[in-house]
Ligand binder design. Structure first.
Ligand code: UDP
Length: 162
């Protein structure tokens, strides 16, 4: 039984998701959380904060050569950001599907950006793009103690282990 539980836990991934200042200001926090929660993913950390510009530059360090880097970092630090860690099987890759393409005009209807955003500079949400990035971003935004490990009542109904 313990081995089964360990095997199950090993498949669980965690990803970093942030609702950017435009999403917070537009009152989209509950809508966005609901998309992840209704899918069956588990919220294991959450906080609201205004990141400094230096912090935003660290978060987007891989984009520092891009022409939009400065504006992007100014924008991320311009107001409250809702930072979260979501857990679930395949959550890194599928979380990106829920979010949709970077440019909302290319995002499919049904995705968060497709349904709720119009232009790329105000695409309301960030999600880690792979396992390494997810680990780095979770470590940047949260301390290990901020992450809560728990069993949700609905897990057996989501994963079919009952
Ligand atoms: N971005 C922008 N202009 C562009 C491309 C991207 O302002 O031409 C912003 C946009 O907010 C995007 C962020 O930069 O979400 C990070 O870009 P990335 O390519 O990493 O896209 P994402 O992973 O957010 O879909």
């Amino acid at each position: 039984m313990l081995q089964e539980q360990e095997a199950c836990a090993a498949e669980m991934e965690r990803t970093f998701i942030a609702i950017k200042p435009d999403g917070v200001q537009r009152g989209l926090i509950s809508e966005i959380i609901s998309r992840f929660e209704c899918k069956g993913y588990k919220l294991v950390a959450i906080k609201i904060l205004v990141p400094s510009k230096e912090f935003a530059q660290k978060h987007y360090h891989n984009l520092k050569e891009r022409p939009f880097f400065n504006g992007l970092c100014e924008f991320l630090s311009s107001g409250p950001v809702m930072a979260m860690v979501w857990e679930g099987e395949g959550v890194i890759k599928y979380g990106r599907k829920l979010i949709g393409a970077t440019d909302p005009q290319k995002s499919e209807p049904g995705t968060i950006r497709g349904d709720l955003a119009v232009v790329v500079e105000r695409n309301i949400i960030h999600g880690s793009d792979g396992p390494e990035t997810a680990k780095d971003e979770i470590n940047l935004w949260f301390k290990p103690d901020d992450l809560v490990s728990y069993t949700s009542n609905s897990e057996n109904w989501i994963y079919g282990n009952n």
